[in-house]
Design a protein around this ligand. Structure first.
Ligand code: IPD
Ligand code: CA
Ligand code: CA
Length: 281
């Protein structure tokens, strides 16, 4: 296992912030312009902007921290990342569908993961001029101001976006809530739970490390409950990078109905599968 140099999570937060700002400038050269797009094997869209950002981020971040590993949605996965204690986990553009449509809530989502935990991260929405960042033990901020856990006091019922099948289960369970806006970027949806604009956000089974590691440190620093509904605490940079259904929520009272609805819709792995996953580095 390679040992990273003695940079702190706060140093890494600064590095990620500066790389994200430059990535945002590069992305602006493609946003709302004639853009080459295509579809990946898993039917998700990708564009030349995703690839350009990945190239820039990989060279800038690894030049600054040559002893860190690398995991990105747009780079071929290399098992070498498993031999590094610290790894960059990168989604160059999260919410590519929205980016291609010219909507403004797409994000650059970056994290440094140490021993499986997201310890420094940014979720940057350049077209909205919103920079969310955090370092473990140092708190989270939005555009340099501390992010404090809060609920929107003007809202009578919780605001929760979710896939249709999950809404159906929540209604059957009798939860009193309002269906929230489904921003195309999962990272953006998740950090809105930290701002209090949303009361909860959920993911289907199958989100990858790069979709959630950026938001994970921010949510943890704000004190938001963000877990896999079947196995609990999130771990990143494992051989299997896909996750089960996840839920981020402000109010503890939302946990039982949300977790139950997600388990009902997406199920849980068999106990022996969970044990094997826990034993895998
Ligand atoms: C997608 C977005 C979307 C989520 C998908 C992700 P991408 O990421 O975050 O909100 O529902 O699961 O794959 O392809 O835009 O980076
Ligand atoms: Ca993504
Ligand atoms: Ca992406």
């Amino acid at each position: 296992m390679k040992i990273a140099a003695q940079t702190t999570a706060a140093d890494d937060r600064e590095l990620l912030r500066s790389a994200a700002v430059t990535a945002g400038i590069i992305a602006a050269g493609y946003f709302r312009k004639d853009l080459k797009t295509w579809t990946k094997e898993n039917a998700s869209p990708v564009s030349e902007a995703d690839i350009a950002l990945d190239k820039f981020l990989k060279s800038a971040l690894l030049a600054a921290r040559p002893d860190y590993g690398w995991l990105s949605e747009e780079s071929v996965d290399n098992p070498d990342r498993l031999s590094h204690r610290r790894v960059f986990v990168v989604d160059p553009i999260d919410g590519t569908r929205g980016f291609i449509r010219g909507e403004d809530s797409w994000t650059v989502s970056l994290a440094v993961v140490e021993d499986g935990v997201s310890v420094a991260s940014v979720v940057y929405a350049p077209a909205r001029d919103e920079m969310y960042d955090a370092a473990i033990g140092e708190g989270a901020q939005l555009n340099g101001k501390p992010l404090i856990r809060q609920r929107n006091p003007g809202r009578s019922a919780p605001l929760i976006p979710a896939p249709g099948a999950v809404h159906q289960e929540l209604q059957v369970a009798g939860l009193n809530y309002t269906r929230g806006p489904a921003y195309p970027s999962l990272a953006y949806r998740l950090v809105q739970v930290a701002t209090g604009k949303l009361d909860a956000a959920v993911t289907r089974r199958g989100a990858s490390d790069w979709d959630v590691a950026g938001a994970a440190c921010i949510l943890a620093e704000v004190g938001i409950d963000f877990e896999d509904v079947c196995i609990g605490a999130l771990r990143f940079n494992r051989p299997e990078i896909r996750h089960g259904a996840l839920a981020a929520l402000v109010e503890p009272s939302l946990k039982a109905p949300l977790h139950a609805a997600l388990v009902k819709v997406y199920g849980c792995p068999q106990p022996q599968q969970v044990d094997l996953e826990r034993l895998t580095p």
